[in-house]
Design a protein around this ligand. Structure first.
Ligand SMILES: [Zn+2]
Length: 407
């Protein structure tokens, strides 16, 4: 639990609670996607399930493992060697249960659910059981811990729990079985019932800083400039940046040819094709050669291409989900592109410059358009109709840029 980069506040909080031996039975790990919440939850379960947990002082050779804890604070860590630790790593530990919406395929008898939400059938099947005569599922949560060190349930994407699922779970949280621990992982804690939130120990995870992300991405094979670009586009989510990186690296061979190969210096990133296409559409829009609808079309087409590429890697993924991810990525790129122009206008340093013929645009318009992009990114992630969303977003951007440039 030491090496989860950039999360010292969350980790210090958890260490203090573990140290006090007053573990709450329900926890909420909240924060952006891909910043280490799930990994931390598994490590926490591993520490508590470990047969021989290790205690060692926070200070080692004059350096602190966690700068927010006192030097002589005794950290509790999993040994990493015992049978229990190994089983957690292999995800075969009988007392560690990961509950995800994808498990619907084992619990939906009609085969109608797509698993886009976390259904009550999954919560019943994996946790609280079902005593209706037609189903009869034993409640895993009331069974005795098999290795005698308690049971852990990690509910991934807990905000996707349907209300009946949350209500059913709430009943269990009100009188939790002994030595049973539940961690709810969520990007939107407000989607959880307030009655669940009030019963839980809350741990906030943060977006990762640029300094944490860039080296992590370079370790995974990104070039320096590419790492900086990905860190920018992913909004502090390492998980998201890694997915984007895979999409860039694994783009279709014909896409790769179209990628920017005529870059003059080695310090230029190998931009995927769509970055150049969207940049040109933005340039053309500012020059009055094209409109917002042209930009919308370019984004939609690029997002569909992105989804196609990603679908080849994971044929079970939902195409709609991937198109939404692609649109989110591209809107985040548009925001970063506008941010470059804004920085140019104000003389602020530009971290990883994006291609454009235009140098700066008026401050207020750039800020307004960035806000429009951020808002649209969130809506793309939810259920908004993609075509309509892109049309209204891009025409709004066109309008505010045109007005500002004309003024
Ligand atoms: Zn161990």
């Amino acid at each position: 639990m030491l090496n989860i980069q950039g999360q010292s506040t969350a980790l210090a909080h958890i260490q203090r609670v573990v140290h006090s031996r007053r573990l709450a039975s329900t926890w909420i790990f909240a924060g952006p996607a891909g910043v280490g919440k799930f990994h931390t939850a598994v490590e926490m379960a591993k520490t508590n399930l470990c047969d021989r947990p290790v205690h060692r002082p926070n200070s080692h050779n004059g350096e602190l493992f966690n700068a927010l804890l006192e030097p002589d604070f005794l950290l509790t860590l999993p040994c990493g060697q015992c049978e229990s630790c190994k089983a957690v790593e292999l995800r075969t530990h009988p007392d560690l249960h990961v509950v995800s919406r994808q498990l619907i395929r084992y619990h939906d008898r009609n085969g109608t659910s797509k698993g886009t939400t976390l259904s009550i059938q999954v919560i019943r099947g994996e946790m609280i059981g079902d005593d209706s005569p037609e189903h009869r599922v034993e409640p895993k949560i009331y069974k005795r811990s098999q290795r005698g060190r308690g049971k852990w349930f990690i509910i991934d994407e807990a905000d996707l729990m349907e209300i009946p699922a949350q209500n059913a779970l709430l009943k269990t949280l009100e009188e939790p079985p002994a030595q049973t621990f539940i961690i709810l992982i969520t990007t939107s804690p407000t989607e959880l019932l307030s009655t669940i939130r009030s019963r839980s120990q809350f741990v906030q995870f943060r977006a990762l800083s640029f300094a944490v992300m860039a080296p992590e991405l370079m370790n995974r094979g990104a070039g320096e400039v590419q790492a900086r670009l990905l860190a920018r586009l992913s909004g502090g989510s390492l998980g998201r940046a890694i997915i984007f990186m895979q999409a860039v690296i694994a783009s279709d061979p014909d896409e790769k040819d179209k990628a920017d190969t005529k870059t003059p210096t080695t310090d230029q990133p190998a931009f995927p094709h769509w970055i150049n296409t969207i940049s040109s559409a933005l340039d053309n829009m500012l020059a009055g050669r094209e409109g917002g609808m042209d930009l919308a079309k370019v984004i939609q087409k690029s997002a569909e291409q992105y989804a196609k590429t990603m679908l080849k890697r994971d044929p079970l993924a939902s195409k709609d989900r991937l198109v939404r991810d692609g649109v989110g990525l591209m809107l985040s790129f548009v925001a970063a592109w506008l941010d470059d122009r804004l920085r140019h206008a104000t003389g602020a340093p530009i971290i990883a410059p994006l291609p454009s013929q235009v140098q700066s645009i008026p401050l207020a318009a750039a800020q307004e358009c960035i806000a429009v992009c951020r808002q649209a990114e969130m809506q793309a992630d939810m259920n908004a109709h993609i075509g309509v969303l892109l049309a209204s977003t891009c025409t709004a951007i066109e309008q505010s840029l045109r007005t500002a440039v004309a003024a």
